[in-house]
Ligand binder design. Structure first.
Ligand code: DAH
Length: 340
């Protein structure tokens, strides 16, 4: 037969070696081993040979065919490995990169502040009590020495439900509810939502939160009040904080005061944060007015005590240096995330 099998095999092996990609390789395979392939054609022509020659030549063709098949297999393997290597490279993961933080819920800044304040007072022996948000005028005003026509009523624009029932404007009615039970000593705090018909701006909201405190026993003095609230201020704002008490007026306490803390930004020398005052107002307080004991059924000659009221939002704004109260209510997660 006039076929140079060696040459054909070499040609095939060379093209296999030069195949660019799996598609190219498959075309080469078809061109030699496919139905109309060159090796297939040679095999078909074996019939033309005499038996002796056929056996001999058949062997050589088979060897050439196997060699081509083997080279194709190896080349396919190579391509396969290359594809996998490229895929690995493409999809490589840098396990040393910091992982994405899984975002789970966390406390609102007002809850954080409330929890802090509550913990401080609980450590001092206070018990937490609650009171209703829908309250009687009697508890919100009357029993706290704010009778009808009292100017203090105008200061706290009230949402009335009817002429006896309202949305509490302060947490102070809890004081009346506790005193009314008549059991001494009293040492409570009470936190919750209060309502005032104010329009919304950077420092006002129709609803906000307060923490009320009340201590009633025998021999409680203004010194106890000062010591307690100074201890609280230092625990909340830091040991270096100083406090001062300025005379003020609340109908349910006599004498009454407002407590300021030395500015925790400038240490008291005056800055923008404290409006150059060096002091920041934190809460209202005073010795329980004897008239309130009478109105709540306690013997005014047998008890003394003090009370205080703290605005939770105000504390949060100060502590986190937030300049607009609305941010606390809008629940924009970009804002809230900062308190995670
Ligand atoms: N209830 C007052 C307010 O809403 C805050 C307050 C002041 C409460 C003095 C007190 C207190 O118990 O003694 O403005």
């Amino acid at each position: 037969m006039d076929i140079n099998l060696e040459k054909l095999k070499d040609k095939a092996l060379e093209s296999i070696a030069n195949a660019k990609d799996p598609k190219d390789l498959d075309d080469i395979r078809v061109s030699y081993l496919g139905k109309k392939g060159e090796i297939t054609a040679v095999m078909q022509r074996l019939r033309e040979l005499k038996e002796e020659e056929r056996k001999e030549f058949g062997k050589t063709v088979n060897i050439a065919k196997s060699a081509i098949e083997e080279h194709i297999r190896l080349k396919q393997k190579k391509f396969g490995e290359k594809i996998i290597a490229e895929k690995f490279k493409r999809e490589a993961i840098d396990v040393t990169l910091p992982s994405k933080k899984i975002s789970i819920g966390h406390l609102h800044p007002c809850s954080i502040v409330y929890n802090d304040v509550r913990d401080i007072f609980e450590k001092m022996g206070y018990t937490v009590v609650t009171g209703p948000e829908i309250e009687y005028d009697e508890y919100n005003f009357e029993k706290l020495n704010i009778e009808k026509g009292h100017p203090a009523r105008d200061e706290q624009d009230t949402f009335y439900i009817n002429d006896k029932v309202l949305l509490r404007t302060q947490t102070s009615p809890v004081q009346a509810r506790v005193m009314e039970k008549g059991k001494l000593p009293i040492c409570i705090i009470s936190a919750g939502r209060v309502f005032r018909s104010d329009s919304v701006d950077a420092t006002h909201s129709p609803t906000f939160h307060q923490i009320e405190g009340l201590v009633v026993d025998k021999d409680i003095s203004f010194t106890d009040l000062k010591g307690t609230l100074t201890t609280f201020a230092k625990a909340f704002f830091g040991e270096n904080i100083k406090t001062r008490f300025r005379p003020h007026h609340f109908p349910f306490t006599e004498p009454s005061a407002e407590m300021d803390v030395s500015c925790f930004k400038c240490g008291g020398s005056g800055c923008r944060f404290c409006k150059n005052e060096g002091w920041i107002e934190i809460l209202g307080c005073g010795m329980v007015n004897p008239r309130v004991y009478e109105l709540c059924g306690l013997d005014k000659d047998k008890c003394q005590g003090f009370a205080f009221g703290i605005g939770i939002e105000r504390l949060a704004l100060l502590k986190y240096e937030i300049d607009d109260m609305r941010l606390l209510y809008e629940n924009d997660v970009r804002f809230l995330k900062q308190f995670d």
